[in-house]
Write a protein that binds this ligand. Structure first.
Ligand code: OAD
Length: 234
C-alpha cells in the first residue's frame, strides 16, 4: 500500500443522523414524510412552490435545533491536523461540518443556508424563510429565490475540483451514505481507478459496498472517531 498523503472524504446523511437530522432514505423510504423525488426536483418546485419552499424553510429552521456530533468533530480535527491534502465532500445540505470547524470542505448538493436566484443566477448566504418571496440581494428582483439545493436532474457543484481531488487521492473514505445517488456513488470507483485505497464507514453496507477495499459497519460517532484517532495518533 502506498503512503497516504492525499485524502478525500465523502459524507452523507448518516454522518448527521446522530445529531437528530433525518436521513433521506429511512426505514419508511421517506424524507420527513415525502419521497425525495417529489420534493427535490425543478418540476416539483414549478408545480407546487409553496410545498417545496415550506419544506426547505422547515429544514433550514431545524438547523438551529441541532448540533454537530462526535463524527463531525473528529473530521474537523482531521482537517485541522492533517498535513497532506484533504477534501471533505459532503452531500449534506446542513451546516454541521463547518459548525464543527471543518474548513477544507465543499457542499456538492448545495446548502440550506444559501439561496439561489432564478432570475440572475446569483447565490448568497441565506438564514431565513424563502416562502414570502424576498428580493434577491444581487439583482433586487422579488420572488425568484429558491433553496440553493441541487435538485434531481441538476448538476452537482464543483465537480471539476472533486474529480481532480479523486485523481490525486491516496485514500478515499465514504461515510454515512447509501450510495443511491450518482455521481457521488461513483466516486469510489474513480478513486480506485487512480490507485487510492478505499474505506467505507456506514451503519449498513451501501449499494456499492463491494467496490471498497474495506467496509466497517457501525455508527459514525464511533467509527469516524476511531478511524481519525488511528490516522492521527497511529
Ligand atoms: P441516505 O438517506 O440515502 O443514506 C444514509 C446512509 O446513512 C444509509 O446508508 C444509512 O445506513 C447510513 N446511516 C444512518 N445512520 C447512520 C449513523 N448513525 N452512522 C453511520 N451511518 C448511518 O442519504 P445519502 O446517501 O446522504 O440529495 O443521500 C444522498 C443524496 O440523496 C442526498 O444528498 C440528497 C438525496 O437526494 C439532495 O438533497 C440533492
Amino acid at each position: 500500500m502506498r503512503d497516504i498523503s492525499n485524502i478525500v472524504i465523502l459524507t452523507g446523511a448518516g454522518v448527521s443522523a446522530e445529531s437528530g437530522l433525518a436521513t433521506f432514505r429511512g426505514p419508511d423510504g421517506l424524507w420527513e414524510g415525502h419521497r425525495v423525488e417529489d420534493i427535490c426536483t425543478p418540476q416539483a418546485l414549478a408545480r407546487d412552490p409553496v410545498l417545496v419552499q415550506t419544506f426547505y424553510d422547515a429544514r433550514r429552521a431545524a438547523l438551529a435545533t441541532v448540533e454537530p456530533n462526535a463524527a463531525h468533530r473528529a473530521l474537523a480535527r482531521l482537517d485541522a491536523e492533517w498535513t497532506g491534502d484533504l477534501l471533505i465532500v459532503t452531500q449534506n445540505v446542513d451546516d454541521l461540518h463547518e459548525r464543527a470547524g471543518a474548513v477544507r470542505m465543499l457542499h456538492m448538493h448545495g446548502e440550506l443556508k444559501s439561496a439561489l436566484c432564478r432570475r440572475c443566477g446569483g447565490r448568497a448566504p441565506w438564514a431565513t424563510d424563502l416562502i414570502d418571496g424576498p428580493a434577491c440581494g444581487a439583482c433586487g428582483q422579488a420572488g425568484g429565490l429558491r433553496p440553493d439545493i441541487v435538485f434531481f436532474g441538476e448538476m452537482p457543484y464543483q465537480m471539476e475540483r472533486i474529480e481532480a481531488a479523486l485523481e490525486d487521492a491516496d485514500l478515499f473514505v465514504s461515510i454515512g451514505t447509501s450510495g443511491a445517488v450518482y455521481p457521488a456513488a461513483g466516486f469510489v470507483q474513480t478513486a480506485r481507478h487512480y490507485g487510492a485505497q478505499t474505506l467505507e464507514l456506514n451503519l449498513d453496507p451501501s449499494a456499492g459496498s463491494h467496490f471498497f477495499h474495506e467496509t466497517r459497519i457501525g455508527p459514525a460517532s464511533q467509527l469516524v472517531v476511531e478511524w481519525v484517532d488511528e490516522l492521527l495518533d497511529g
